[in-house]
Design a protein around this ligand. Structure first.
Ligand code: IMP
Ligand code: MG
Length: 183
């Protein structure tokens, strides 16, 4: 760890057990909703890679065995923690999503600009349906209001873990931690 990181302090705010339980509840809802349909999960890299893996297996365990998985990547931040109003597409999906039932999977909705850009991009391709699952949401920070059908937890601080990072640090932490910066 760098000196900068040593100056930061971290505190677990959501345990792995709480995450697992909440994902189970969301999987119940999603599995019921898409019963008998072919669902395409689109995980937003990198932050949603763990949630995408976990939710896909929970859905399989609930009988949704015909779930396809793809990934997309956009640049949410120009630099540091300043959210960009015009995110750039870094990696598109490989799948033709026309006529598909799509569940977009995000790690966290902050200002909402990333989600807005992703939803516009994907819905312009004529999906049969498009819903959003996000692990975390920061309602107080929202600049663009958009419906999010499935939400894990509400937070109001900078967090790391379960896929989320601060400058690439902390993604592999199984818990969600609150990061206190020394300024
Ligand atoms: P938005 O466009 O402002 O909604 O930004 C959403 C993106 O910012 C998320 O997909 C995350 O990659 C990132 N982000 C926002 N808040 C946090 C946080 O607390 N920790 C880590 N990443 C975050
Ligand atoms: Mg992200």
């Amino acid at each position: 760890m760098t000196t900068e990181m040593e100056e930061q302090s971290r505190e677990v705010i959501i345990t792995p057990e709480q995450i697992r339980e909440r994902i189970g509840e969301l999987a119940d809802e999603i599995a019921e909703k898409y019963k008998g349909k072919r669902l395409l999960l689109i995980g937003v890299l990198k932050g949603a890679f763990i949630l995408t893996a976990d939710i896909s297996r929970e859905l399989f365990n609930r009988g949704l065995d015909d779930v396809e998985i793809d990934f997309i990547s956009i640049s949410s931040y120009d630099k540091n923690t300043e959210s960009s109003k015009n995110p750039r597409l870094l990696k598109d999906v490989d799948t033709d999503i026309t006529g598909r039932h799509v569940l977009l999977i995000e790690d966290i909705i902050d200002t909402g600009h990333s989600l807005a850009a992703l939803k516009t991009l994907l819905s312009n391709r004529g999906t049969a349906s498009l819903e959003t699952l996000c692990l975390l949401t920061k309602k107080i920070r929202r600049e663009v209001q958009l419906p999010v059908e499935y939400v894990g937890f509400e937070v109001d601080v900078w967090v790391e873990g379960y896929g989320l990072d601060s400058n690439q640090y902390g993604r592999a932490n199984p818990a969600i931690v609150k990061v206190m910066f020394p300024y």
